[in-house]
Write a protein that binds this ligand. Structure first.
Ligand code: COA
Ligand code: AMP
Length: 632
């Protein structure tokens, strides 16, 4: 048995051999002659001369290897009271059928397809059908509103959209089709085809000539075979929040993603093919792409597609019920979900009702895992709780506790150590590597490993500016933190205007853009404030136009609605205060950092560059009025 230290040192000494060895786990049409392609540095590529197909590796080859009768997908939907299983053979048939329908509508290799789906097996089938054709999918999370969907349609220019007629949230059915129709209406780019999976809770009206029913689209159509793609051909684009309202289209290249994800299934998640893996996330997020869809299937495991919430569907025992019922071995969720369960079941009484003895590890990611929550889970769930840190951009864990190689001591509050492929360091303002224990910008030495983003969709310059410019030779993660003497990383905060609400990454800039469009708002700022359940919650500060004498509560209500209509319910924007003016530096920069410290009840000082120190006291006063424990 090798140790983590040996494996990491082995990678560092010879990255090329490390990744070429890992690449042996993949079926290639033409195997790669080399791992790294540095010919376009700092735009690095991996396995660039290989020819492959991701769908083949995730589906067909398991059928060819005799796993056809094994469950590929287990569907469990407490919210609709439905359960089901899809074997690898059935998955192959269903994916080939849908791929045939897309092909019949002219979708070819390199074309984009937007997918807007809730947590049903058809979401994975849609992703895999695109991969089968070499078409590039872009999944949009169901909690985004039509304008956000429109921005993605405009940027990705999809030839087709695949959608379900609705998603189901506790207490309400979210009709998707009107959102899609509105998004297409807003967008200058008009996709030629919309394939709709009709759900009985809210069947959609189809637009003639453009929209097709999921099953009707497949009638009389030849199932499609896997199309060979190049190693660097994109598998998908996934949009994520940046500093501005325009989301970043993270590109995922095919070959490196397959190699890296397959490697993680044993090394990080300690899985064996045939076992059940469950990631309780959503296909709209990177965790869903990597660990609901691709990694478990590439590895020949069984993945659980769960349509429900950690609490309220029907209670805080639902996760443990699923773990018992399907014999889940490794389980992955967000700290927010555990906090919600802990709030409803503090003594873990519901955990005791179920036999969860098959589960070996509980993995957390998506936001900072607070030590309280980790310790509660360790005590009541009784397995090692592994926090790991990653980003949409990387597609897999940068730092983790590699349980399948060696379970290192768990230090609550730290996502543990760098994974092979990542040279993670904490840098000072001048780009110097800081000593252990000192807080700075967390950066990764280039090149990033296989599976991580090679660039942003149609935006090479933005990629360089956003990630590579501040520290030449490094990828800037946007997180601040420190590394201790044992090499454990601690993530403390973001260095940009991104906030993390219930494990969802949101741009305060995008929320500000939505607020600024309100006719009575002259100026605004949005910050994240500490929230017991969701980690952070957005809070808005609004300066109204001179002479505006409208009822303030009314304006706030309209602003809350505006954010919901423009960005979506996922923004969870519920609170705003009206202030006379915003605290700014003399050069006009809004002091969001100090405002956050005031709102969180932390000690704060006015920076020397402040224009008018009284503005900060005014912010404190307005926050006290809404009940926040602000210090003077
Ligand atoms: N489609 C439509 N609306 C959605 C949605 C979807 N797929 N997902 C969430 N929403 C809506 C919710 O219904 C809610 O709307 P509301 O304002 O009308 O109540 C809003 O978006 C905010 O949702 P959420 O942040 O999920 O809060 P919640 O109060 O509904 O639930 C938790 C709280 C803790 C149960 C929930 O946040 C949760 O499960 N968190 C874990 C998140 C997670 O797994 N993230 C993975 C990232 S790796
Ligand atoms: P996303 O791209 O949505 O996955 O969000 C990535 C960001 O979430 C990271 O840059 C961090 O700010 C935060 N994040 C993700 N995982 C963790 C973790 N384990 N600990 C602390 N922060 C995390």
């Amino acid at each position: 048995m090798s140790s983590y230290a040996d494996v990491y040192a082995g990678w560092k000494q010879d990255p090329e051999s490390f990744w070429m060895e890992a690449a042996k786990a993949i079926d290639w049409l033409t195997p790669p002659s080399a791992a790294l392609d540095a010919s376009r540095a700092p735009f690095y590529g991996w396995f660039a001369d290989a020819v492959c197909n991701v769908c083949w590796n995730a589906v067909d080859r398991h059928v060819a290897a005799g796993r056809g009768d094994q469950a590929a997908i287990i569907y469990d939907s407490p919210i609709t009271d439905t359960k089901g299983r899809v074997t690898y053979s059935e998955l192959q048939e269903r994916v080939a059928g849908l791929a045939g329908a897309l092909k019949a509508r002219g979708v070819e290799k390199g074309d984009r397809v937007v997918i807007y789906m809730p947590m049903i097996p058809e979401a994975l089938i849609s992703m895999l059908a695109c991969a089968r054709l070499g078409a590039i999918h872009s999944v949009v999370f169901g909690g985004f509103a039509a304008p956000e969907l429109a921005v993605r349609i405009e940027d990705a220019k999809p030839k087709a959209i695949i959608a379900a007629s609705c998603g189901i949230e506790p207490g309400r059915v979210v009709a998707y089709k009107p959102l899609i129709d509105a998004a297409i209406e807003r967008s200058e780019h008009k996709p030629g085809t919309v394939i709709v999976f009709q759900r009985e809770q809210a069947p959609a009206t189809l637009v003639e000539g453009r929209d097709l029913d999921w099953f009707a689209a497949q009638e009389g159509v030849e199932p499609a075979d896997c199309v060979p793609v190049g190693g660097m051909d994109p598998l998908y684009i996934l949009y994520t929040s940046g500093t501005t309202g325009q989301p970043k289209g993270v590109v995922r290249a095919s070959a490196g993603y397959m190699v890296a994800l397959t490697w993680t299934m044993k090394a990080i998640y300690d899985m064996q093919p045939g076992e059940v893996f469950w990631s309780a996330s959503d296909v709209g997020w990177v965790v869903g792409h990597s660990y609901i869809c691709y990694a478990p299937l590439l590895f020949g495991a069984t993945t659980v597609v769960f349509e429900g919430k950690p609490v309220g569907t029907p209670d805080a025992g639902t996760f443990w019920r699923v773990i018992e019922e399907y014999g889940v071995r490794s389980f992955f969720t967000a700290p927010t979900a555990l906090r919600a369960i802990k709030r409803d079941d503090p003594q873990g009484e519901l955990i005791k009702k179920y036999d969860i003895s098959k589960m070996r590890y509980l993995y957390l990611a998506g936001e900072r895992a607070d030590p309280d929550t980790i310790e509660w889970a360790q005590r009541h769930v009784g397995v090692p709780v592994i926090d790991h840190w990653w980003q949409t951009e990387t597609g897999w864990a940068i730092c983790a506790n590699p349980a399948g190689i060696e379970l290192l001591p768990v230090k609550p509050g730290s996502p543990a150590v760098a994974m092979p492929g990542y040279d993670v360091q904490v840098l000072g303002e001048g780009g110097e590597v800081l000593k252990p224990g000192i807080l700075g910008a967390v950066a990764i030495r280039l090149p990033l490993p296989p599976g991580t983003l090679p660039t942003l969709w149609n935006a090479d310059a933005r990629f360089e500016k956003a990630y590579l410019e501040t520290f030449p030779g490094w990828y800037e993660t946007g997180d601040a933190g420190l590394i201790d003497e044992d090499g454990y990383l601690y993530i403390m905060a973001r260095t940009d205007d991104v906030i993390n609400v219930a494990g969802h990454r949101l741009s305060t800039g995008a929320i500000e853009e939505a607020l600024a469009g309100h006719p009575d708002v002259a100026e605004c700022a949005v910050i994240g404030v500490a929230d017991k359940l969701k980690g952070q919650a957005p809070l808005g500060f609004l300066c109204l136009n001179k002479g505006c004498d409208r009822d303030q509560a009314e304006v706030i209500k309209e602003c809350v609605k505006r954010v919901r209509d423009i960005i979506g319910p996922v923004a969870a924007f519920k609170t705003a205060v009206i202030v006379e003016r915003l605290p700014k530096t003399r050069s006009g920069k809004i002091l969001r950092g100090v405002m956050s410290r005031i709102a969180d009840g932390e000690a704060w000082t006015a920076p020397a560059t402040i224009d008018d120190p009284a503005t900060l006291s005014e912010i404190g006063d307005s926050l006290r009025q809404i009940g926040l424990p602000v210090r003077s």
